[in-house]
Design a protein around this ligand. Structure first.
Ligand code: ADP
Length: 491
């Protein structure tokens, strides 16, 4: 099969969160099963060019129809750790991808509408006719719309679309100018609740809704989150659309790329280890402490890695820090915030903890450091309000770092409580789970983890080693995606 992935991220060249990891890992896993995979991405000025090999211009003059005129683009091509990627670079005054950021501009809906239009135009003009076009999140939600309303009549009648939703919160609402710009000209037709019109704002179209309505198959990134999206508020208003299209909607758990996330071979950690040589893990804890200038002691080290925003339960992250310190543990946080109030809050906290030898807050995005923390920490807190899949708990498990998570979304599909999970035998359990989003709940789960650490270190180690033996590789999810691709191909 020939598959083209179109997305706004691909790790490690463009990574703001889990989406980047998934796009890369899935592409590699599918290619290794004998299929051809290419990726189309925006050419951001701020991406990690040091992770691209052989970058060259593949298509110098791509003229993308836009508002009745055209925009001149170049398409560059290069390999990102073995994956063939095409990068779209528009030459226009809007400078859509030269902003020093991936997301967060006031015209994001226009930036990614343009990317969507340019990506499909590139497929058309360069005569690429994949069996499957796999789109991700709201940024590419208009591609299925464009394919079925315009491009299928221009020679792309055999292409099929799989659409993966990594986060329902961001849906790409936009005004009618996006329709005019992309050539979806019949406003009244698209401003219809059966098509693109937002269910809550009659004056907006919704890119993610378009992706759901027009794709041949839609999934989110864990089975439990697929259920939540249909039946709870985490569907963020798309519940009726998902109900209408339930026959083509499901959940596929993300995988982890174990060649990147592997404590046996990880280039970013000084001491390699496996579940059989678990005793070497502690040397990474020492290295982490040295790197962050933390005190060397016999205290447990608890970490948080992730975006600092409402989704991630920042109030509970903040509380976890104080609770850990009060229980005599060390606490390390690696996170970045886009919202100014949260950024200021944690900056203030960092300043406050500056001289504390047991606490370090690193307020940046730092891939290399994240590896050292996964390897060096004893426990990882993931107190999310909602979590479509979550990679931090899966990475933690791989590194023998015991996850303490809130039981939502993919966290519930991957972490099984040491004390209370009645559906698993004790040797299959791997962490601690709490359910309410309040301080008492996280304290009780962290308290159980600390009690085990302090009172029964052998059992704590057994739990960590059990976690390392869980298999969350891409093997099974890649097979499931291939099943989906085959299914829609023959429809
Ligand atoms: P989300 O996609 O919602 O951000 P996930 O848990 O699915 O959350 O994926 C987060 C990914 O981003 C993980 O690979 C995690 O290690 C990484 N990550 C998050 N914040 C940072 C950071 N500040 N520095 C380095 N890596 C980070």
């Amino acid at each position: 099969m020939y598959i083209v992935q179109i997305a706004s991220e691909c790790a490690p060249v463009i990574k703001a969160g889990g989406l980047g990891d998934v796009v890369y890992g899935l592409s590699r896993a599918i290619e290794e099963k004998g299929h051809t995979v290419e990726l189309i991405l925006p050419m951001y000025d701020c991406m990690r060019y040091d992770h691209i090999w052989g970058l060259h211009d593949a298509y110098r003059d791509l003229w993308v129809p836009w508002y009745g005129g055209t925009v001149h683009c170049s398409v560059f091509c290069g390999w990102v750790h073995g994956r063939l990627c095409f990068f779209i670079a528009p030459h226009s005054q809007d400078d859509y991808f030269n902003r020093g950021i991936y997301y967060g501009a006031s015209d994001d809906n226009m930036r990614f509408a343009f990317f969507s239009k340019a990506a499909i135009e590139f497929l058309l003009i360069s005569n690429k006719r994949p069996d499957i076009i796999h789109c991700h999140d709201w940024q590419t939600g208009l591609i299925p719309v464009l394919l079925y309303e315009i491009y299928q009549w221009q020679g792309m009648g055999n292409q099929r679309i799989c659409y993966t939703i990594h986060n329902f919160k961001h849906q790409g609402p936009a005004g009618s100018e996006v329709l005019r710009a992309t050539g979806l000209n019949n406003e009244a037709y698209y401003f219809n609740l059966e098509r693109l019109q937002d269910d809550h704002n009659p004056f907006a179209i919704n890119a993610m809704k378009g992706g759901i309505v027009y794709s041949n198959y839609v999934n989110t990134v864990s089975p439990h989150h697929a259920w939540e999206a249909r039946f709870s508020e985490v569907g963020c208003g798309l519940n009726p659309t998902l109900h209408r299209h339930h026959y083509k909607f499901g959940g596929i758990l993300n995988g982890l790329d174990y060649r990147i996330w592997n404590p046996e071979t990880d280039d970013y950690i000084p001491h390699h280890y496996t579940h059989e040589t678990f005793e070497y893990k502690v040397k990474n804890k020492t290295a982490l402490r040295q790197y962050l200038l933390l005190a060397d002691s016999d205290k447990p080290l608890i970490a948080y890695i992730g975006r600092l925003d409402g989704q991630k339960g920042v109030h509970l992250v903040h509380h976890a820090m104080y609770y850990a310190l009060n229980r005599g543990a060390q606490f390390v946080l690696l996170g970045s915030a886009t919202e100014p109030s949260i950024r200021d809050w944690f900056a203030h906290e960092k300043h406050h903890q500056n001289d504390n030898p047991d606490c370090h807050l690193e307020l940046s995005f730092n891939e290399e450091l994240s590896h050292l923390i996964y390897a060096g920490a004893d426990m990882m807190v993931v107190p999310s309000n909602y979590e479509p899949c979550g990679l931090t708990q899966m990475i933690s498990l791989r590194y023998g770092t015991v996850p303490i998570v809130r039981g939502v979304g993919g966290l519930l599909n991957t972490v099984f409580d040491w004390d209370y999970d009645e559906n698993r035998r004790p040797e299959k359990r791997n962490g601690f789970v709490f359910f309410q989003s309040d301080r008492e709940a996280i304290e009780s789960a962290m308290g159980r983890a600390f009690d085990l650490w302090y009172l029964n270190p052998e059992l704590f180690q057994q739990l960590a080693v059990q976690g390392m033996q869980h298999n969350y590789s891409w093997q099974t999810p890649a097979e499931q995606y291939l099943g989906v691709y085959n299914f829609v191909r023959h429809k």
